[in-house]
Design a binder for this molecule. Structure first.
Ligand code: CO
Length: 134
C-alpha cells in the first residue's frame, strides 16, 4: 500500500533559525515558508536528492504542534509521510485493520495541495504517520 517516503517532518521552535541551519550550514535547497491555517502550521520544505525534510512551526494559538514543542522545546522529529495511490482506499483498509485516523477521518489538503491524513502514533510504534495521495 505505502509507496515512497515523501518527507520526514521536524517540528522547530524558530523557523527562521531552522531555515538558516538547513540552507547555510547544511547547504540544502529550501522552499519559501508556506502558511497552512487549516493545519495550524507554517511549513518549509528542504529538498534532498532522494526525499524532502519538512520544517514545521506553529501557526496560531491552537496549533497541533504547540503541545509537541512544549514537550520538546528544542524541536524534534514529528512525523513521516508515506505516499499512497488512493487515500480513501488506504484509509478503509487501515481502519479495518484497527488503525486510528486522527481528526474526523476525512482527508485534508496538505502542503503540496494533495489529500493527506494522519494515523495515530500509538498504532505505529510511536510514530505519527502522514499519508499523502500522489
Ligand atoms: Co507532513
Amino acid at each position: 500500500m505505502i509507496g515512497r517516503l515523501n518527507h520526514v517532518a521536524i517540528a522547530v521552535p524558530d523557523l527562521a533559525a531552522a531555515m538558516a541551519l538547513y540552507r547555510d550550514t547544511l547547504g540544502a535547497e529550501i522552499s519559501a515558508p508556506q502558511d497552512l491555517p487549516e493545519h495550524g502550521v507554517t511549513t518549509v520544505f528542504v529538498q534532498l536528492p532522494n526525499t524532502r525534510i519538512e520544517l514545521l512551526a506553529p501557526l496560531g494559538i491552537a496549533s497541533p504542534i504547540a503541545m509537541f514543542l512544549e514537550r520538546n522545546p528544542g524541536g524534534g522529529m514529528h512525523h513521516l509521510c508515506y505516499e499512497v495511490a488512493d487515500i480513501v482506499c488506504s484509509r478503509t483498509a487501515l481502519v479495518k485493520a484497527g488503525a486510528r485516523v486522527l481528526g474526523d477521518g476525512a482527508p485534508k489538503t496538505g502542503a503540496h495541495g494533495k489529500p493527506v491524513l494522519f494515523l495515530h502514533p500509538k498504532d505505529f510504534h510511536g510514530t505519527l504517520i502522514e499519508l499523502e495521495q500522489v
